[in-house]
Design a protein around this ligand. Structure first.
Ligand code: GAL
Length: 376
């Protein structure tokens, strides 16, 4: 009898604690860290950040990447709006860039060569005659350290990396830190900082793909875009900048006022043909708080992009072909996601007129990009 009473009391107590936790979950920001596997001897975690609004983003230290962004539509229905994978194996073997931090040099370096103080550096070629996104062993492909998960006011995760001298051909031992904060206002705030012990070049970005219908639900051609940029960076047939900064006024590259992505993407305009769609860096005016907005009228979801960087690479998923199967078994088809990768211009180390991407010893590179989600 005594035993039965004790058991019933325990059941009641456990139920009470469970409910209390659930109550807490509704009101409190949370960070959860789960071990999902080991890659090249390093532990890989899935980190779930829940803000006070109850919305969830997920990240992994493999490539310091975002793998899930779940935000409501105008009816309050939640869906994941970024590309990613469900399992450890698919995260490791899937598309290298979905949601990842890209470095040391995001986008292309012509012929994989650049010169600093008279010394020529040669990088691995992984994109025709060029180096793309830091090379095949770039920062998207390595396991970062997951820093102490602190009980901050808003859920935060810190990823750090030591990139050794001559890694992928780049000079200098570098320390890199990326902090993701998921605010109660549904903003992903990404703070990057970095130092080097030798003169080097750096162009760091996040390569998330977005589809505001929900990832895997149709294409992004109906998304309405504004980019506050009066000019863009034209490219050649290898997607290397020609050196020109061309005004967008009067051509289908102009997003200073809202246009759908699909409205002019098929026009017979030389740059759209070379890019196989939009795959261009925009030279941000950097005059207002918000640098770019994406609005999808069916869901009512709005994404605002805010950065202190001089450019944003607008890419319309022209190389996607449905072979990557993502969350929930959904294929990521041609033009079913778009990227707004904030950073410097491609090939700047070989383009003396572009803003410099050189980082000197003793200096700290710092930058911030915010992706803010709401509905209207
Ligand atoms: C983008 C780049 C595209 C393509 C893509 C990865 O940043 O602009 O040309 O390389 O990454 O598939």
């Amino acid at each position: 009898m005594k035993r039965i009473l004790l058991l019933s009391l325990t059941v009641v107590a456990v139920a009470f604690i469970f409910t209390a936790c659930n109550q807490t979950a509704k009101n409190k920001a949370m960070v959860k860290k789960e071990l999902i596997g080991t890659h090249k001897g390093k532990e890989v975690f899935l980190i779930t950040l829940t803000n006070k609004a109850g919305n969830v983003i997920k990240l992994t230290n493999f490539g310091a990447r975002l793998t899930w962004i779940e935000v409501p539509d105008k009816e309050g229905e939640k869906d994941n709006i970024t590309f990613g994978f469900d399992t450890f194996e698919s995260i490791i073997n899937g598309d290298p860039y979905f949601g990842s931090v890209v470095g040391r040099y995001a986008n292309r370096i012509a012929k994989g060569k650049f010169t600093l103080d008279g010394v020529e550096y040669s990088l691995a070629l992984n994109n025709g005659p060029n180096t793309l996104h830091g090379g095949p062993g770039g920062w998207h492909s390595v396991v970062w350290e997951t820093g102490a998960i602190e009980k901050t006011k808003e859920p935060t995760v810190v990823f750090t990396l030591k990139s050794p001298d001559m890694e992928e051909g780049y000079p200098g031992n570098m320390d890199i830190k990326v902090v993701y904060t998921w605010t109660d206002n549904n903003e992903i705030v990404i703070d990057y900082s970095s130092t080097t012990d030798k003169k080097t070049v750096l162009n760091i970005t996040n390569h998330a793909y977005f589809n505001l219908h929900g990832a895997g639900h149709g294409d992004i051609l109906d998304h309405q875009l504004v980019i506050k940029a009066a000019s863009f960076v034209p490219v050649d047939s290898n997607l290397i900048p020609t050196g020109e900064l061309r005004p967008v006024a009067g051509i289908p590259m102009d997003f200073t006022t809202p246009h759908t992505v699909g409205e002019r993407i098929g026009e017979n305009y030389e740059q759209l043909i070379l890019g196989k769609g939009y795959d261009h860096t925009y030279v941000l005016d950097n005059k207002e708080e918000v640098d770019a907005t994406v609005y999808e009228p069916v869901s009512g979801r709005l994404m605002e992009v805010i950065t202190d960087q001089p450019g944003v690479q607008f890419y319309t998923g022209n190389f996607l072909n449905g072979t990557m199967i993502g969350h929930g078994g959904k294929p990521y088809n041609y033009r079913s996601g778009l990227c707004l990768e904030t950073g410097h211009f491609p090939d700047s180390p070989n383009q003396p007129e572009f803003p410099t991407t050189v980082l000197n010893p003793g200096d700290t590179f710092k930058s911030q990009t915010i992706y803010r989600f709401s509905v209207k």
